[in-house]
Write a protein of this length. Structure first.
Length: 613
């Protein structure tokens, strides 16, 4: 058995309020050192394990754990799945005598308070060509009347580079990238090494059952978030009105109504909410809610047998969809698409559908630790291969926001003790703090006061001279403020055009942070100060260290944010003053430009000369 670090918990749970009291507090608990582990090594053991764990919770204990997707035949022998690899459990539950209230703040090991970690690059077992091929196979099955919908998934794999204590801050980063859902982390290295840890931040409720009332909330229908408020509202409206997405959602609602009717009192199944939209950081999701009153003699294993796996991750009809899933997918799903949850004293149970969930294989050295994450979507007759591949990419975004630690960053100009454009910089760092869930609205005033005090201290310490100020804020709202002398630069400076498009704008392009992966791919060539970037549509976007202004037909223009760029403070100042106008600028416009400038808040307006590579 593994000797767990006593400074770190075995499990953390951060679930939304119970369905009957949606305005109540979140369920946040910390669990240390379980009294026992319950492990199912074969599907046939899963039903008994669930009932045993539930009996312990009814007797006053807490249980935290998971059930693998491949446990389904142990609950219903008619459901086909792939087998898990030898030695990998089908269910794992930790039993605790007590729970501690948790305030939701980061959990760290005092011996290693700032462990580093790195996940990625994530490698997919299905590339776009394979996704498109399998989508067409499923569409053919639908046309032949075999199924109505099949949920197709693939696996992403990545090395995990970090000490064991880094699992907890990584979970916190994942939780920030997918907030307000059913977050649960279980360090199960004492029970199994594959997977040794489960980090679930799923937004989808599988079911909540208090012994009388059952609530399930399937999630079907997805749209990427827009880059600005107008585009984002349009994306939400498209999802809301999409006949395809609504039909996909309704099929699963009907499936779950049927599943619930097997264990519910006659006539008690209801659908109080249909086609609700939820804004997540990277996608819009559509959900519906189904409720029922359970039979008085119902066992947890019987409820699982009726509902598991959730119809939102199988398709319809469930048995036939699962048959094709087992045939089409390349590997078992494991915890992904199974169930992850909490059994509380008194017997109330709450499970998520682990669709935004990372598992980590924690084999002992010299074997490297490996992380895995499933991604998928529901395929209907109206699906297209490129459209589903795009949806998969949108769903992966939560991983990339949490691949490694980073800090929020602002760079400011300080001359003779005076810091330029402070309100705009503070507004931008507040926006980033909210976007990355480093802070909520109630914390912003204190953050601004602390940042202002640090700037005032730097001003007093450097009353003479020209400096570049860097403000850094980490995920615990710790602030670093530093000033360095700012040297001059020749004008005009020489710049070169990038040789390939920059990646589509994500949160790390729209907000300024220390993670500059998107820009690191465009180093300035020898003799040049910077690189001028453009997007896949051939539109100019920005430089790697500032925005761009182009003079065309006597007007100074700068690309709009929709082109994919950082909203610079200096850029906005010049727009507000009427010295710049927004316009889409094509690469073909460059030969006609009569002026070109790089602008940022530290160096101001810098005329540039575009040189040929």
């Amino acid at each position: 058995m593994l000797d767990q670090d006593p400074a770190l918990p075995t499990a953390l749970v951060d679930f939304p309020p119970h369905p009957e009291a949606p305005q109540g507090p979140r369920q946040r608990w910390r669990f240390d050192r379980p009294s026992r582990w319950l492990v199912a090594h074969d599907p046939s053991q899963v039903a008994g394990l669930l009932d045993a764990a539930h009996a312990l919770s009814q007797a006053g204990q807490w249980c935290v754990g998971w059930v693998a997707y491949e446990a389904a035949p142990g609950l219903n022998p008619h459901l086909p799945v792939k087998a898990l690899p030898p030695g990998q459990p089908y269910a794992v539950w930790a039993v605790f005598d007590q729970a501690q209230a948790w305030d939701g703040q980061p959990v760290t090991d005092p011996a290693s308070p700032n462990p580093s970690w790195q996940a990625g690059p994530w490698q997919a077992d299905l590339d776009q060509s394979a996704i498109e091929q399998k989508v067409e196979q499923i569409r053919s099955l639908i046309q032949a009347g075999e199924v109505y919908q099949v949920n197709l998934t693939g696996q992403l794999h990545s090395p995990f580079d970090g000490e064991p204590a880094a699992l907890w801050p990584w979970f916190m980063a994942l939780r920030r990238s997918q907030p307000q859902g059913y977050a649960l982390m279980l360090d199960a290295r004492a029970a199994c090494r594959v997977p040794g840890a489960v980090l679930s931040v799923s937004p989808e409720l599988f079911f909540d059952w208090d012994g009388q009332h059952i609530t399930t909330r399937p999630m079907k229908g997805t749209a990427p978030r827009g880059p600005d408020a107008v585009a984002d509202a349009a994306a939400a409206e498209h999802l809301r009105s999409s006949a395809k997405e609504r039909a996909e959602n309704l099929m699963i609602v009907d499936l779950l109504r049927n599943d619930l009717s097997r264990v519910a009192e006659v006539g008690s199944v209801r659908v109080p909410d249909l086609f609700e939209l939820h804004a997540l950081p990277t996608v819009w999701q559509m959900t519906s809610t189904i409720t029922a009153r359970s039979r008085s003699d119902l066992r947890l294993s019987e409820l699982f047998a009726a509902l598991f796996p959730c119809g939102s991750v199988t398709g319809a009809p469930k048995r036939q969809a699962m048959h094709h899933i087992a045939r089409l997918e390349r590997s078992p799903r494991g915890v992904y698409c199974g169930a992850v949850g909490l059994m509380a004293p008194g017997g109330r149970v709450t499970f998520n559908v682990p669709i935004r969930t990372v598992t980590v294989d924690t084999l002992p050295p010299p074997a490297p630790w490996r992380a895995h994450c499933g991604i998928g979507s529901g395929i209907t007759l109206d699906s297209t291969g490129p459209g589903e591949a795009q949806e998969w990419r949108a769903k992966q975004a939560f991983l990339h926001r949490a691949d490694a630690p980073f800090q929020l960053l602002e760079s400011l100009r300080m001359e003779n003790g005076q810091v330029a454009r402070v309100p705009a910089h503070l507004a931008r760092i507040q926006q980033a703090a909210l976007a990355f869930y480093f802070a909520d609205a109630s914390q912003l005033t204190a953050l601004v006061e602390a940042l202002t005090a640090r700037l005032q201290a730097l001003s007093q310490a450097h009353p003479v001279g020209l400096f570049k100020v860097r403000l850094l804020v980490d995920d615990r709202l710790h602030i670093t403020a530093e000033a360095a002398p700012l040297g001059g630069s020749p004008q005009p400076v020489r710049v070169a055009l990038a040789t390939q498009p920059m990646p589509p704008a994500d949160a790390f392009i729209r907000h300024k942070t220390t993670r500059r992966t998107a820009y690191a791919a465009f180093p300035a060539p020898a003799g040049c100060f910077d690189t001028l970037l453009y997007n896949a549509a051939g539109e100019l976007t920005e430089f790697t260290i500032g925005n761009v202004a182009v003079q065309l037909n006597g007007r100074w223009l700068t690309p709009p944010l929709s082109a994919g760029l950082l909203p610079g403070v200096m850029r906005q100042s010049l727009l507000d003053a009427g010295q710049l106008q927004e316009a889409h600028i094509q690469l073909d416009d460059l030969p006609h430009a009569t002026g070109l400038a790089l602008l940022n808040s530290v160096r101001g307006w810098m005329p540039v000369e575009l040189v040929q590579r």
